[in-house]
Ligand binder design. Structure first.
Ligand SMILES: [Zn+2]
Ligand SMILES: [Zn+2]
Length: 443
């Protein structure tokens, strides 16, 4: 059916605003708004009908009346007046498809802008919620009229609001990783914001022992506070997580933070070298343009001598996934080992030879069995260097795959880790000091 006839048959059955009529032909022509398409179709119908009306063809009068009632067309009214014919009584009807909601788009935009005014953002996405009835009604309408070039009402609402907000804020619509999602329901007039988290990456060094990486709840009260924890709810007064998160949370004016890191060192191990990569996730941040250099200074001076951070930067959510994958990450450790019996000089070379380029079978250590599944993992050691410091003590440098438990590599964990230092030398060994010297990851 030719377009004009199709448009007329739509208007014959239902009142339609310019947007909703034009939307049925949205894929025709480019760079044209649906409201312009709808208006153009109505105008041509008015011109055709006017010609007939002026020659007193009753069909012309009939079409003009219809365009006044169902097309809300002022031009049709003028044409009718011009011919001196009586105007139809105007029943104030609303558009069948959108119930005139396209007319109140600007006030919906105002509402979104006032909700957004509390937040800093550079990109956004508009989501549209519609009553089921509205979409079903349009589906049926499209089926009846054989609409082949249309756009959905949801899509037009989203597109139109997105464009309006781009113009009014100077920010851009971003589909994949917007800072905020604005969810509107044009029918109930509600606006809801979904503020996406801010991810700040860096590396931390832990210069002292006995600070845990993350906040550790009291084992007795689980955080409520009791006499065991002096009412703090925590096993340790501070943690790397808390020392680093607090200033960032305050600066971003967010709701809370989550701490993600590439592995963790034991509480009694230091984290040295270039430090361990981490990400602080701040939920519902009101500020995103942070002065990271001065925040780094603030953290480092507050935690001086304990924790030190570097290379702060904003990253995307994907980085957290990358951080959590231990494969491919290499770690370097420094271990001070003590033996039960005196060592022989040849023991050192033997250890280096047996543990360099070696695959270690490690069953989950007994000390972490309460929180990790009992599995046997294979971890690769690239290089081990050994230096004697006294007849029963050595210093070991170990470069290995991330995830190797180094204390158990030394002790053997009653045969759960093999080979081990104890097993290879038939001399019981234990770890006196452990430091992580490096986490090698391209971040
Ligand atoms: Zn409409
Ligand atoms: Zn407690």
């Amino acid at each position: 059916m030719p377009i004009l006839e199709q448009a007329f048959s739509m208007l014959e059955t239902h009142p339609l605003c310019d947007n909703c009529l034009g939307r049925q032909f949205a894929l025709l022509g480019r760079g044209i708004e649906n409201s312009e398409r709808g208006k153009a179709l109505k105008l041509i119908l008015v011109l055709q009908a006017s010609a007939l009306n002026l020659t007193n063809d009753p069909q012309g009068t009939k079409v003009l009346r219809l365009l006044i009632i169902n097309g809300f067309s002022r031009e049709a009214e003028e044409a009718m007046r011009q011919s001196g014919k009586r105007l139809p009584r105007l029943q104030s009807k609303a558009c069948f498809l959108c119930e005139n909601k396209f007319l109140s788009l600007r006030s919906l935009g105002d509402e979104a802008l006032s909700a957004l005014s509390y937040y800093e953002y550079s990109s956004f996405l508009v989501g549209v919620e519609l009553p089921v009835l509205v979409e079903e009604r349009e589906d049926e309408f499209r089926a009846i009229h054989g609409v082949a070039y249309g756009e959905s009402i949801r899509h037009e609402f989203g597109r139109a609001l997105g464009k309006m907000l781009e113009e009014r804020t100077g920010k851009t619509v971003e589909y994949r990783k917007p800072d905020v999602a604005i969810v509107v329901n044009p029918f109930s007039g509600t606006v809801r914001l979904q503020i996406n988290p801010l991810f700040i990456a860096g590396r931390y060094r832990k210069l002292v022992r006995d600070i845990p990486q993350s906040k550790w709840f009291c084992s007795k009260c689980r955080g409520r506070g009791c006499e065991k924890c002096d009412g703090t709810g925590k096993m340790y007064p501070e943690s790397v997580e808390e020392l680093v998160s607090k200033p960032l949370l305050e600066a971003a004016d967010g709701e809370k933070t989550a701490f993600h890191a590439s592995g963790r060192e034991d509480i009694d191990a230091r984290m040295l070298g270039r430090g361990r990569p981490f990400v602080i996730e701040v939920s519902k941040p009101r500020k995103r343009a942070l002065d990271l250099a001065s925040l780094k200074e603030a953290v480092n001076s507050d935690s001086a001598g304990k924790v030190e951070i570097s290379t702060l930067r904003i990253v995307s959510k994907d980085f957290v996934g990358k951080l959590k994958k231990s494969e491919g990450v290499q770690k370097e450790y420094f271990v001070l080992v003590e033996f039960e019996r005196d060592l022989l000089e040849k023991n050192l070379a033997f250890l280096e030879k047996k543990l360099s380029d070696a695959l270690i079978k490690q069953q989950t250590p007994k000390r972490v069995l309460h929180r990790r599944a009992d599995l046997t993992r294979e971890k690769y050691i690239y290089k081990v260097n050994v230096k004697m410091v006294s007849p029963r003590r050595i210093e070991m440098q170990v470069r290995c795959q991330g995830g190797l438990y180094v204390k158990e590599l030394v002790s053997g964990d009653d045969g759960r880790t093999t080979p081990s230092v104890s097993e290879l030398l038939l001399n019981k060994a234990k770890t006196l000091k452990l430091d992580v010297m490096n986490v090698l990851m391209d971040d």
